[in-house]
Design a protein around this ligand. Structure first.
Ligand code: NDP
Ligand code: HSE
Length: 406
């Protein structure tokens, strides 16, 4: 028998407890041992809930109990999660987590401690919810040099963009729906401003390239400026708007970007809708591989957390090696990266002449809106395009700028 504890009884934590109970027999068989949930840590009381029999408000009950060998941290946030997880690992307890903030910031250090202690620090649920992607990167794609990862890594924003595009719903009401469904972060700014996707691409890049990709070095834009008009234009040119997170290795440097992109309807990620996420990985031997599934929500995420618990139980006393050194990866500025922009400006007598003067030839996109002009630039380096947008802003009102990959 292996004794475990769960830290946090919110959306994911209650899902973990539910999955452990629902699939108890098959989980125990696959783990090769009976799994016993002894503690659940949370701040709150849960009225008329059988969880109360296992509830504690004091982490020390868990850390000081030698019976506990595996802990699932599903509280979220960096502190006190980091302190609790580090203490647990140093006491020889394996930890699994869904907490991407924690993993993006301290993953390399926590993996190192787990290796030294001959235990495990696993975080499958931290990226892509229920999609297996961490384990494939660590174990299945090891023959390859991975050189690019592009993904839809945030369920909340994909849900919002899909509902805006397909049902014409407004941003705020769909965000509220995503919160009610348990997809959004406690502070949904992390979702809609792209920070959550940024942390996830930092985690994937660090594992794929073996060095620490600092999320603070990643250019990040969210979806808050995307309007219903942008959706109309996107359809007009055969595109969907998706929040994409990309990282690419060129020689010994990496560039990484999180931003809303207009992608062609034939792009492999364009049909990934709602809360679904997908991750497209390019390796120098395997070619292209894509992973797809529910990227957020109680049970899909709990599925990944429980799979990590099973793995931790199967590997008691053996460290599963991950390649993520603390050494910082050299990052390339996105100024050097080629891009094409879709730009909308307010229409007046001079706007056409101003656009032509700054950008030369552009592809005008017709929409029927009389009060604005929209166009797509030729491909140029980001840095040069940014300079031109600045010049445009001096002479006219720029309504929105979105990258285009088509
Ligand atoms: P919730 O806010 O629903 O649950 C967290 C729970 O932990 C709450 O009950 C909270 O209590 C409790 N908690 C937080 N801090 C402490 C503390 N210091 N001591 C005791 N209890 C504490 O979050 P989620 O379940 O949605 O998410 C958990 C983690 O999983 C986050 O890192 C999130 O990013 C990640 N994740 C979430 C997914 C999802 O779909 N929801 C998917 C993938 C990952 P209180 O409410 O009182 O603060
Ligand atoms: N808030 C996150 C999302 C949860 O919407 O993708 C899953 O990590």
């Amino acid at each position: 028998m292996v004794t475990i504890a769960v830290l946090g009884y919110g959306t994911v934590g209650s899902g973990v407890v539910e999955v452990l109970e629902k699939n108890k027999d098959s989980i125990n068989k696959k783990a090769g041992k009976q799994i016993r949930l002894k503690y659940v840590l949370d701040r709150k009381e849960f009225k008329d809930n059988p969880i109360n029999a296992r509830l504690t408000h004091d982490i020390e009950d868990i850390l000081n109990d030698d019976e506990v060998q595996v802990i699932a941290e599903v509280m979220g946030g960096v502190e006190p999660a980091y302190t609790f997880v580090k203490k647990a690992l140093l006491k020889g307890k394996s930890v699994v987590t869904s907490n991407k903030e924690l993993v993006a910031k301290h993953g390399a250090e926590l993996l190192k401690i787990a290796k030294e202690e001959n235990i495990n620090f696993l975080f499958e649920a931290s990226v892509g919810g229920g999609i297996p992607i961490i384990r494939p990167l660590n174990q299945s794609l090891t023959a390859d040099e991975i050189y690019q990862i592009t993904g839809i890594l945030n369920g909340t924003t994909n849900y919002i963009l899909t509902k805006m595009s397909e049902e014409g719903l407004d941003f705020d009401s769909v965000l509220k729906e995503a919160q009610d469904l348990g997809y959004a972060e406690r502070n949904p700014e992390a979702d809609v401003e792209g920070h959550d996707a940024c942390r996830k691409i930092a985690i994937l890049s660090s594992l794929a390239f073996g060095m620490h990709v600092d999320y603070k070095d990643i250019y990040t834009e969210g979806i808050t400026k995307i309007s219903d008009r942008d959706m109309v234009y996107a359809k007009q040119i055969g595109c969907d708007i998706k929040l994409l997170a990309t990282s690419k290795k060129i020689d010994d440097k990496v560039y990484a970007v999180v931003a809303p992109i207009m992608i062609g309807n034939d792009h492999p990620l364009s049909n990934v809708n709602g809360v679904f996420n997908a991750i497209f990985v390019k390796g120098n031997v395997i070619g292209d591989v894509m992973f797809y599934g529910k990227g957020a929500g109680k049970l899909p995420t709990a599925s990944a957390v429980v799979a990590d618990i099973v793995d931790a139980v199967k590997h008691l006393g053996t460290n599963i090696i991950s390649f993520w050194s603390k050494k910082k990866m050299k990052m390339m500025s996105i100024d050097e990266v080629p891009a094409k922009y879709f730009i909308r400006v307010k229409r007046d007598e001079e706007s056409k002449a101003i656009i032509n003067k700054i950008f030369g030839f552009v592809h005008v996109v017709y929409s029927g809106y009389e009060d604005e002009i929209a166009f797509i630039t030729e491909e140029e380096k980001e840095g040069e395009l940014q300079e031109k947008v600045k010049a445009l802003q001096e002479d006219t009102e720029v309504l929105n700028v979105i990258r285009v990959e088509k």
